[in-house]
Write a protein that binds this ligand. Structure first.
Ligand code: ATP
Length: 304
C-alpha cells in the first residue's frame, strides 16, 4: 500500500556572516554567507488527495499572517517544479504548520520549499539523490539548498553554492521578532543606495569567524558576526538600532540583523543567559516578542 502522507520538519536559519558584493548586471549580488540552521521549525505535511486534482495548500500554526495560501507559496512552487521535471501528475494537499517568522530574514519560505522537495521525493518514491534535490532547490531560491542540508555552511554565488563549514559546539540565540516583515528586494535596493560602488569589495569568508566556529568559542563568534545588509535594514526600520543596542547592553556576546531582517539575533553564552536576555528584552518594551533557539540543527527531515 502506498504511503499516503508524510510530515517533514524544517528549521529556520540565521546568517553569521552576510557579505554582499556589488550589484551585478542581472540585478543580483555575489555573496559570501555563513548560514547556521537554528531550532525554530516549520512542519510541512504533504498528503495524496485522489479525489482532488492538482495541488492545494493550507497554513496553520503561530505565524500565518502574510503567507500565501495559493500557487505563490514556495512549497507549492517546489511541488510543481518536481511534477514538471519528473513528468508526474501530482494531486496533493500541503499543510504548513508555521512557526518560522514570516519575512523575518530567517528563510521561512525557502525552508518550506526544501521540506516539500523531501516530502514529494518520499511520497512518490523518487529516490532523488542529494545532488538532484539541491538542483531543484537552487531553481526555487538561493536559500533553499541550505535548508535541505542544515548545520553550518558557507554559501557563495547567490548563497546557493554550499560548502560545509567546520563548526564545533552549540550556539544559543535570542531572537527579537517584529510583527511587520521587511521585503528582501527592498533591503538590497536600500543597501545599493547607501553604498558607493567604489567602497564595495569582492566578498571574502571571514577567517576570524571560521576559526571561532572551529574552536567552539561563542565569545569570538559573537565578536565576528557581520551583516552588510544591517545598515540598510536599520535605515528602512530605524527602531532596529535601538533593539540592537538594548540587547548588547544586556550582555549579548554579539548581535546582528538576521539576513535582510527585521529579526535581530543575539548570541548568548548559554541557555540561562538566553533566558535572562529574553526577559530583559521583553521588559524593555522595545521588542514585540522574543524567541529562543539553538544551532546548528539538521535540515529538512522526515518526521513520520
Ligand atoms: P529570506 O531570509 O530567504 O530572504 P525571509 O525569511 O525574509 O526570506 P520569508 O518568510 O521566506 O522571508 O517570506 C518572504 C515572502 O515570501 C513572504 O512575505 C511571502 O509573501 C512569500 N512566501 C511564499 N511562500 C512562503 C512560505 N511558505 N512561507 C512564508 N512566506 C512565503
Amino acid at each position: 500500500m502506498p504511503v499516503k502522507s508524510v510530515t517533514v520538519r524544517v528549521p529556520a536559519k540565521v546568517n553569521l556572516q552576510l557579505s554582499v558584493g556589488p550589484r551585478e548586471s542581472d540585478g543580483y549580488h555575489n555573496l559570501v554567507t555563513v548560514f547556521q540552521a537554528i531550532s525554530i521549525f516549520d512542519e510541512v505535511t504533504v498528503s495524496f488527495t485522489p479525489a482532488q486534482s492538482g495541488v492545494s495548500i493550507s497554513i496553520t500554526g503561530e505565524q500565518t499572517h502574510g503567507v500565501p495560501a495559493d500557487a505563490n507559496n514556495l512549497a507549492v512552487k517546489a511541488v510543481e517544479l518536481i511534477a514538471k521535471e519528473y513528468d508526474l501528475n501530482i494531486d496533493a494537499h500541503i499543510e504548513i504548520k508555521k512557526a518560522i517568522p514570516v519575512a523575518g530574514g530567517m528563510a521561512g519560505g525557502s525552508a518550506d520549499a526544501a521540506a516539500a522537495i523531501v516530502a514529494i521525493d518520499y511520497l512518490y518514491s523518487l529516490g532523488m539523490t542529494r545532488e538532484e534535490m539541491t538542483e531543484v532547490a537552487s531553481q526555487l531560491g538561493s536559500d533553499v539548498p541550505f535548508m535541505l542540508s542544515g548545520g553550518t555552511a558557507i554559501g557563495t554565488g547567490h548563497g546557493e553554492q554550499l560548502t560545509a563549514a567546520l563548526s564545533r559546539g552549540t550556539y544559543h540565540w535570542v531572537l527579537a521578532l517584529s510583527t511587520v516583515g521587511l521585503s528582501t528586494p527592498s533591503v538590497y535596493a536600500e543597501c545599493d543606495r547607501l553604498r558607493s560602488e567604489s567602497e564595495i569589495a569582492e566578498p571574502q569568508t571571514n577567517e576570524l569567524l571560521m576559526q571561532a566556529l572551529l574552536a567552539a568559542d561563542p565569545k569570538a563568534v559573537g565578536a565576528n558576526l557581520i551583516n552588510d545588509l544591517q545598515a540598510a535594514a536599520c535605515s528602512l526600520r530605524p527602531a532596529l538600532r535601538l533593539v540592537l543596542d538594548v540587547g548588547q547592553e544586556y550582555g549579548a556576546l554579539g548581535a546582528l540583523v538576521s539576513g535582510s531582517g527585521p529579526t535581530v539575533a543575539f548570541l548568548v553564552s548559554d541557555e540561562e543567559a538566553g533566558l535572562d536576555l529574553a526577559v530583559a528584552l521583553t521588559a524593555s518594551g522595545v521588542v514585540g516578542s522574543v524567541a529562543r533557539a539553538y544551532g546548528p540543527v539538521a535540515g529538512a527531515k522526515i518526521l513520520s
